[in-house]
Design a protein around this ligand. Sequence first.
Ligand code: SF4
Ligand code: SF4
Length: 345
Amino acid sequence: MLEKVRLGRTGMMVTRVSMGCIPIQRLSLDGAVELLHRAFDYGINLYDTAHFYTDSEEKLGRAFSGAKRTQIFIATKTMSDSYEKAAAEIDESLRRLKTDYLDILQWHNPYNIDNFLEKRGPYQALLDAQKAGKARFLGFTNHHQGRTHAAIDSGVFDTIQYPASVLSTQEELDISFKCRDLDLGFIAMKGMAGGLLDDGRIPFAFLNQYPHIVPIWGLEKLSELEQFIRLAAAPEPFTEEMKAEAEKLRREYGDGFCRGCGYCQPCPIGLPLHTLMRVVRLIKRAAPAAQFTPERLADIQRIDDCQNCGHCRAHCPYNLDVPRVLKEQQAGYMKLYEEYQRGGQ
Ligand code: SF4
Ligand code: SF4
């Protein structure tokens, strides 16, 4: 039986192992439905998706329409920039999810939330949806600290979704404590640091220290689901050894820690920034061959063509100096690539 916690003032009792539904986009319809049904059978009751996660909502709709719908909570998001687009997306999300209500309707990643309460903008569409009974609670999801603080301070959101992981800074974690103190639900995205961590043991033990944090683990494989179920059944304390490992990782990433969120895109010269920014780590943690393709090598070489337009820097919610980190990743990549070539692997 999975432990449940109260998600702030929503009063919803949600499982501390909850599920993020970005990765099911990569599964077939049948594969996604099977995974979601297994998650349901294990007792997971909160599923987070978004209108812009391609077919994720449709897969959830297929898995959970009918009797199962009342036994779970669904959170989805819109990131539209106008009232009309947001209202249309909310209705489409309901159709895709085969439901007539959302448990949490979230406003995702607006670049500017100044005076959002006075404007007839996306927030008003969320509010109108709630008044019409299409959403029980309203949430805010973002990667940017300043905007997240502004959303919390506005007092109009019931839940906040923000990245939290073993690699988070104290400043980032403090956002979760602020939510706890104000009785807002705190949903943690990027618990595996945007895919940089490949084993759930340490990330789980870290977040499990904080009962007010509800992580939505992005799950794609049955083995990943089963690992979190095992970890929840016999939770380990966050040990000194785990702490030392986390410190090592933090040092390794330094001030170039890219979470892979992709908000720096698009790059006018077409660089796949969210991959190139983490390419050295991806080589070390996964099969190097996947990164040593002629296409990836060409991307790496095109880093030299950066026009320094500033788009990536201006849009990175973590204020990363993207062109500088790209050059560091390029140097690291070339070193590993030469070693790989010499090794004849
Ligand atoms: S600064 Fe360079 S890497 Fe960044 S978006 Fe512009 S061209 Fe692309
Ligand atoms: S550079 Fe910044 S915006 Fe781009 S993927 Fe990394 S963390 Fe996200």
